[in-house]
Design a protein around this ligand. Structure first.
Ligand code: PTJ
Length: 251
């Protein structure tokens, strides 16, 4: 790994890039993952590289949704594995739910490497290596899922997902929580809850919210989920970007 000086003004961004490159070299991350990260970085500039108020609200609702779900699962792809393996492992362990490796550019070798990487990072339940069900309406390997995992779950957390799979999961009647820095993406537009934030901030933030809300009575959490309006949160995310642009333009 390249030595990145801590005082570099772009330290966090350079470390994230390096993690993706290391992920590719280890066979965890697809080359397309580089492009996805670049797109994410661009939108991170737009939101001011911070967790906005709307993202904070969406994260709180996501935590309530995960805590009240009958069965929740976190979907992990090559970018998530490279950027935040121990963070997603901690989150899944705290909720006692599985991580399911589910890839867009699937290869059995990469699925196994990611699963092993997640276990090495401390994840207690990792599935996805032996899929035994198909998500209806999706072509090819992207449809592969696991019974007892994504296939049966009523709530699925999908960081950095493609729009088709998000829609197919919704069509199965699931609640879908997306983490996607692009509020205009099909995934963000369609998901039940869209966290417009960087995965690197969103996962630890979500873990903290899960911890905080875990002491609240179930009806309180259900009310939070019930009154949530994702369209309003997405509109707020766009307004926050606009206001960030206005401030930059006024400098
Ligand atoms: O490992 P695989 O084969 O499953 O492939 C994973 C990628 C991410 C390559 C694949 O799902 C893909 O191509 O995704 P997209 O269509 O590029 O979508 C990724 C979305 O995530 C885009 O809207 C990006 O803006 C967003 N994004 C990228 N990096 C981050 C991010 N959102 C939050 N945090 C990030 N670090």
């Amino acid at each position: 790994m390249t030595d990145i000086p801590r005082l570099h003004p772009r330290y966090a961004s350079l470390v994230a890039r390096e993690k993706i490159v290391v992920g590719i070299n280890k066979g965890l991350t697809s080359q397309q993952g580089l492009i996805a990260q670049g797109r994410g970085e661009c939108f991170d500039y737009f939101v001011g590289e911070k967790t906005t108020a709307s993202a904070q609200e969406a994260t709180k609702i996501a935590a309530a949704m995960l805590l009240t779900a009958g069965q929740a699962v976190i979907s992990v792809n090559g970018n998530v594995a490279a950027l935040a393996a121990s963070e997603v492992a901690d989150l899944a362990n705290s909720l006692d739910i599985p991580l399911e490796v589910n890839l867009f550019h699937r290869s059995e070798e990469r699925v196994k490497k990611i699963a092993d990487h997640l276990r090495a990072a401390g994840a207690k339940k990792v599935i996805g290596e032996t899929p035994n069900a198909k998500i209806p309406g999706l072509e090819h390997a992207r449809a592969l899922a696991t019974k007892g995992g994504i296939y049966d779950a009523d709530a699925v957390l999908i960081p950095l997902e493609d729009g088709d799979r998000c829609e197919a999961l919704l069509a199965m009647g699931k609640k879908v929580i997306a983490i996607d820095l692009n509020p205009f993406s099909r995934t963000a537009q369609k998901a039940t809850v869209s966290i417009v934030d960087n995965l690197l901030r969103a996962i630890p933030n979500l873990a903290a919210q899960v911890k905080e809300l875990s002491t609240k009575p179930r009806p309180v959490l259900e009310e939070l989920v019930g009154q949530y309006d994702n369209k309003e949160i997405l509109a707020a995310a766009v307004r926050e970007i606009q206001s960030h642009f206005d401030k930059e333009a006024a400098k």
